[in-house]
Design a protein around this ligand. Structure first.
Ligand code: IPE
Ligand code: IPE
Ligand code: MG
Length: 248
């Protein structure tokens, strides 16, 4: 097994500042073992800490994890409620160590649908970790990219009731999106074998490199993360322009 990457080792490539992850495949991981789907979710949740730590060690400043989509309410009620309990447990258990490790926690998504206890835990966790600067961990919960864009436009309009929508710019929308204070993701990782974005950060992923792997989320180790980062390091990010070598 290769030793994990230490500081960013990317040849000439710039380090990703922001890595976003669609953590998919928990249910299939459990099914393969004859276990209920919820075992997959709890095993998946246990992976998070080591991966965030590894990103922080590499100098990646933002990690964003898709934990629950605005469409995941369509799942059976017992699965939804065990995902909510897991989120509560995660917040209760991890905040102390996040503070020790310099992790700032942010939660994006429509929290209004969560019960009062979870809403309070989210608010407390964010305020208790707000001063940490080593890495920002954003958890997307009841999040949808379309919801985010619609909210941004609505919030812009509420803040500028006199301005006609013809004056609304891309920069205005970006200011009101839920990830407004983060750079756009450089790298999106999706585990679990599907090659789709499933309504994650639609606006912000415009120029992300998209890495899809069959590895199921509970099996996504630090070594697997290093593979994704090595793949990213080889990319020629043109942003619509031409690189020097192509131009000449
Ligand atoms: C991802 O794993 C976790 C959530 C969507 C909450 P899944 O639960 O989607 O696992 P699969 O895709 O059914 O294997
Ligand atoms: C995406 O996974 C959402 C999360 C990982 C939280 P899903 O399992 O919900 O996505 P689909 O249904 O396969 O598109
Ligand atoms: Mg899935």
């Amino acid at each position: 097994m290769n030793a994990p990457l230490t500081r960013w080792q990317a040849g000439d490539g710039a380090a990703p500042r922001h890595v976003a992850v669609i953590m998919d495949g928990n249910g299939r991981w459990a099914k393969k073992r004859g276990l209920p789907r919820t075992f997959g979710h709890s095993s998946g949740a246990r992976q998070v800490r080591a991966l965030v730590e590894h990103c922080a060690d590499l100098g990646i400043s933002h990690v964003t994890l898709f934990a629950f989509s605005s469409e995941n309410w369509k799942r059976p009620a017992d699965e939804v409620s065990s995902l909510m309990s897991l989120f509560v447990l995660y917040l209760e258990k991890e905040i102390r160590d996040m503070n020790l490790n310099g992790v700032r926690l942010k939660v994006i998504g429509d929290a209004s649908r969560f019960d009062a206890r979870l809403q309070k835990l989210i608010a407390d966790a964010q305020s208790q970790t707000a001063g940490n600067t080593r890495i920002t961990l954003t958890v997307a919960a009841n999040y949808g990219g379309r919801w985010d864009m619609l909210e941004a436009v609505r919030r812009w309009q509420a803040a500028h009731p006199q301005r006609p929508v013809s004056e609304l710019s891309e920069a205005d929308i970006a200011t009101y999106l839920s990830m407004a204070d983060a750079p756009d993701p450089d790298l999106l990782i999706r585990t679990g074998g599907e090659s789709r974005v499933s309504n994650f950060l639609l606006w912000q992923l415009a120029y992300a490199e998209l890495y899809f792997t069959d590895v199921l989320w509970p099996d996504f180790s630090v070594q697997e993360l290093d593979k994704a980062l090595a793949w990213y390091a080889d990319k020629d990010r043109r942003f619509g322009a031409v690189t020097q070598s192509v131009a000449s």
